[in-house]
Ligand binder design. Structure first.
Ligand code: G3P
Length: 219
């Protein structure tokens, strides 16, 4: 499973890229706004911090505008992935952009049929928004399972499932159990993945016992 960071915060990306565990980054207009930075400069900086795909989202709402914006975004760096919304216009743009060889992440997916359409349009990634489905009282994880089952029924569909709107460590674990190809994870959740009180307790005991021996490993 690949891990993308879901942020446009350069400091967070720099810190977590240093772990060697980050395979890419996803942004959206809200994350760019929250970062306070200029879109082009921010995407350029992020692309320099990871060799993996960096999703940058179009804001046009018609297919020709999305195509023009997407092709412009792709000039920022080789690893930019164009993000488009799951609308008919977005699907048309996806078809054209992927036909020209550009990677496309289709975002704001809330149903299995939407994911099927995105795959037929040739999307590189489909982004089902787990947390926002949970917010409505439904179970976002069920959507990941449905999309996995549908895509597995049709091996010709090569779209990767990118679990998005992840809010908790449980979302990451369940996405992995259900076979999502990628999880895009906020920094706070990614950092929490490593935590376990028994790890901390066990390490403290090992270190105390080691200290009592008076030994050191390196000569
Ligand atoms: O990857 C999409 C993500 O940024 C949306 O997350 O928490 O705003 O639903 P959230």
């Amino acid at each position: 499973m690949q891990f993308f960071l879901d942020t446009a915060n350069i400091d967070e990306i720099r810190e977590l890229a240093a772990t060697g565990l980050i395979d890419g980054v996803t942004t959206n207009p809200s994350l760019i706004a929250r970062s306070g930075g200029d879109l082009v400069q921010t995407i350029k900086q992020i692309c320099a911090l990871t060799s993996g795909p960096v999703s940058a989202e179009v804001t046009a709402t018609d297919a020709s505008g999305m195509i023009a914006e997407g092709e412009f975004l792709r000039t920022i760096a080789d690893n930019v992935c164009i993000k488009v919304p799951l609308t008919w216009e977005g699907l048309k743009a996806t078809n054209v952009l992927t036909g020209k060889g550009h990677p496309v992440n289709v975002t704001l997916c809330f149903s299995a049929n939407q994911a099927l359409l995105a795959a037929k349009a040739g999307a590189t990634y489909i982004s089902p928004f787990i947390g926002r489905i949970d917010d409505t009282g439904a179970n976002g994880m069920e959507l990941i399972g449905e999309i996995r089952a549908i895509y597995d029924n049709y091996p010709a569909l090569e779209t990767q499932i990118l679990a998005a709107s992840i809010r908790s460590v449980l979302h990451v674990k369940e996405s992995a159990l259900l076979g999502a190809d990628v999880a895009t994870i906020p920094a706070r959740v990614l950092k929490a993945l490593v935590q376990h009180p028994l790890t901390d307790k066990g390490l403290a005991a090992f270190l105390a016992d080691w200290k009592s021996t008076g030994q050191s490993i390196l000569p």
